[in-house]
Write a protein that binds this ligand. Sequence first.
Ligand code: PPS
Length: 570
Amino acid sequence: TLPMNSNLTPIQELYVSQDSAQKLKIDAGDLPSWDLTPRQICDLELLMNGGFSPLKGFLGQEDYTSVVENMRLADGTLWPMPITLDVSEAFAEGIEAGQDIALRDQEGVILAILSISDAYRPNKAREAEMVFGADDLAHPAVNYLHNTAGPVYLGGAITGIQPPTHYDFRARRDTPNEMRAYFRKLGWRRIVAFQTRNPLHRAHQELTFRAAREAQANLLLHPVVGMTKPGDVDHFTRVRCYEAVLDKYPQATTSMSLLNLAMRMAGPREAVWHGLIRANHGCTHFIVGRDHAGPGKNSAGEDFYGPYDAQDLFRTHQEEMGIEMVDFKHMVYVQERAQYEPSDEITDKDDVTILNISGTELRRRLREGLEIPEWFSFPEVVNELRRTSPPRSQQGFTVFFTGLSGSGKSTIANAMMVKLMEMGGRPVTLLDGDIVRKNLSSELGFSKEHRDLNIRRIGYVASEITKNGGIAICAPIAPYTATRRAVREDIEQFGAFVEVHVATALEECERRDRKGLYKLAREGKIKEFTGISDPYEAPTAAELVVDTEGYEVDNCAQQVLLKLESMGLI
Ligand code: PPS
């Protein structure tokens, strides 16, 4: 028999009535309160709106252990993912079972009350092994578990006061009950859900359309906009892409809704979890692909899960879940027939040309501004992607000079700045050591702590400039390797970071002594002076090393420009 949602009755939510919420909110003002992390806010929203039904709150120890060990709650109900409220040591100290606490969002708004049933210390290594398949920090959720999540979990029932507020794409967000009501209204009784965290291209459109047709069902595109894999295309861009793709389906067959889920990339267990969430949203079918919710390679360079593990686990439990799996068909483009076809249905493979563009190749073409053919993706989608990741020559970047006092950093940086301004195109900002110490760091001295703070501030400003498409030129001493690396990481998420070591030797800097500081440092009149009485850790892997001895400033600046050109930045 075909699964069908004949009733689509509302699912149980954890919210109290508006009147009670108003009163509870006032009372909760006096309770100890926990400020939720971004991931906890995602979890709480789905707990409260029934997306995680039948859960009634964050897992207590008994349920937690049972979920970790057996994928089931203590009462035997299938549930693959530990939904836990991790807190800090300091917060846990004042907390005991039986107590209520207020859960607040990052602005301090009270979203819910947690009635604590128990506080416990999880065995994180065991959780990693059982839930994510390995205690390996290359797995983003294992890394989160060990390096972000607190050491104590609080379990207990949730009383929902209000959902977290979203200001983006409000009209596209629906609770499970809103989805159910929508399906009921449209007379949709068989619905295939498609989970995604990536932009959709033609192959995805073909496969989802086919999946729906084969299941004789309507289609719900149900992308995740909560938290996905680090490095994914941001959800603002993706939603604009999805909106473009939505127009490509036959009218009234397909709908889209955004899911504020915090993914864990847990492969097989995640697939089952995704299925349960979609069943709660009123769907009858769920598309599971090759390597569903895969986290990438482990620290030995191998896949965490087998390519079909997720499908196997889902299939084993689908009856109990009340949602049926639809196999993801691998769609390929056949040039001779100018259409997508399921790879396993092509009988004349040797006589036709099969075209494909991998994810890596797509990113390369976007980065370098190369053509992306229409058979691969819809022009509207490509446009959106190009808007967010313009070619390197239009992206922001940071040039970070480092070197001893008097090495020539500022002089070269100034020359560079005017040359870049002469070329035009992108705004240029110079963050010279002296300028920064005057405008941003006037209260700081030269201890290690203060120097680090100074460099992190420069890094923050440079990362904002880079993010917004400008060029930041920094020229501090920046004597510590670890701090320079941290700045590099801050900036590389938005654009290139070009480290230039101005490698003028100490003797030469001291001989020049342009500001007379070396003399004072030698006399002990300036303490902690870099190179004399304070360390300078020379970079070992800078993008460029410039030697100022025997070279004109103009020539040094020219070397940097050539480097920028070879990196495709100008
Ligand atoms: S740091 O280490 O990166 O935070 O230093 P920075 O902000 O670039 O500041 C270096 C300039 O401050 C002057 N100055 C000193 N430098 C090093 N050590 C000590 N103790 C010190 N005291 C003052 C000096 O003029 C540096 O300028 P530059 O342009 O590098 O010569």
